[in-house]
Structures are given as structure tokens and as C-alpha cells.
Design a protein around this ligand. Sequence first.
Ligand code: UP5
Ligand code: MG
Length: 199
Amino acid sequence: WSPDDVTVIFVLGGPGAGKGTQCAKLVSDYGFRHLSAGDLLREEQNRPGSEFGEMIKAYIKEGTIVPMEVTVQLLENAMKATMEKEKGNNKPMFLIDGFPRKLDQAHAFERSVVPSRFTLFYDCPENVMEERLINRGKTSGRADDNMESIRKRFRVFVETSMPVVDEFEKQDKVVKVEAVKSPEEVYEETKAKLKERGI
Ligand code: UP5
Ligand code: MG
């Protein structure tokens, strides 16, 4: 695909920064299609007969990054299915949430699927994210919402995923939003920043 056919905005930020929360709001106001890489991986993990189920489970528990072949394929399939379903929609816009988390994934996706327009980056300190995740863990049932996995996710984010944000930043392709305030306030800033980028 080319950026003339489809708009892709990556949504990044540490674990618990509020990516999913903000994407849900954006979907209802802007008509974006929301694809969460983590959700797609969890679905694939639970799909009966998946050859990747056990592997995905182990990576998610450890907070490490699933080999990109799997994730890029899941994202591409989901994009294809959406485009097929919405043939009349001449330029679909996708929010790709929680991806790319590693430089090789960023390069592979932009080369083999489509270059992103920019990255929406939710900036949040670890103590705030930690509290949110511990709270969510009481009811989420997510295998990685426990202190041990959270610590590992934070480390992987800093060491492996921040370099992706830094690289896009050098290309002037990062829209940074402070993610500490209430979801509504964060959303207001998001909308203002999107407007600056012509969306
Ligand atoms: N909350 C949200 N915003 C708030 C606010 N402003 N004020 C107060 N509370 C707020 O929010 C988290 C919690 O905080 C919720 O309870 C929410 O109500 C509250 P959420 O919107 O869910 O945050 P999000 O950033 O989406 O957090 P999430 O836990 O989903 O982030 P992760 O990046 O850790 O999870 P993801 O699902 O993307 O990935 C999970 C794992 O999958 C990874 O660790 C990795 O192992 C694997 N993965 C890959 O291998 N490759 C990929 O490409 C993607 C994932
Ligand atoms: Mg999420």
C-alpha cells in the first residue's frame, strides 16, 4: 500500500500510559480503525489450533517482544480484512496501538506494509503507569498485570521501544502528548495536537 491509499498512525507509550483508552475515544470521534497489536496477539494466543499460542503466552508473561513476523502478519491481515469490508471508504485511517516496539518491526512494517504518517506518543512516568496497571490487574485477567511482569515490561519499553520513538523523532514524525492527567484532559491535548498535524 501507499500512504495515498491508507493512513497509518502508530500509537506508542509505556505499559499503562493510556494508549487503548485514548484510541477508543479517537475511534468514536474521528472514525479511525483501531488495531491493538497486543489485543491481536492475545486473540491469536487464544485461537484454537494456533501454532503460535504457547509462544505468544510466554513472551507476554515475560514482557518481551514477540518475533515480528507473527505481529506484522496479524496486523496486515487485520488491515486487509478491514479494507475489504469497507471497499467504499476511499481512504481508511488506522491507529496501530502498541506497535512498533522494536526498530526491526518499524522498518519491516514501513517497508512491507505502508509508511506511517506519524506516531502519537503518550508520555507518562513509571510510577503513574505502575499504579494504573496494578489497579487494572485486580480485574483485567491479563497475565502481565502483576508486579513482576510490569517491571519487565517497563525495562523492555525503555531499552527496546524508546529507540523507535527516538528514531521517528529525528524524522519529525512524533506527536508527543503528556499522559498523566485525567483521560479527558489527555484527550483534549490529543485532539489539539492532531489538529496541528492537519487531522
Ligand atoms: N487509565 C488510562 N488512562 C488514564 C488516565 N489518563 N488517568 C487515569 N487512569 C487511566 O490504560 C491502562 C489503565 O489505566 C486502565 O485501567 C485505564 O482505565 C487507566 P490503557 O488505556 O489500557 O493503557 P495502555 O497504554 O493501552 O496499556 P497496556 O497495558 O495495554 O500497554 P502495553 O503496551 O503494556 O500492552 P500491549 O497490549 O500493547 O502489549 C502487551 C504485550 O504484548 C507486550 O508486553 C509484548 O509482550 C506483546 N507485544 C509484542 O510482542 N509486540 C507488539 O507489537 C505488541 C505487543
Ligand atoms: Mg493497551
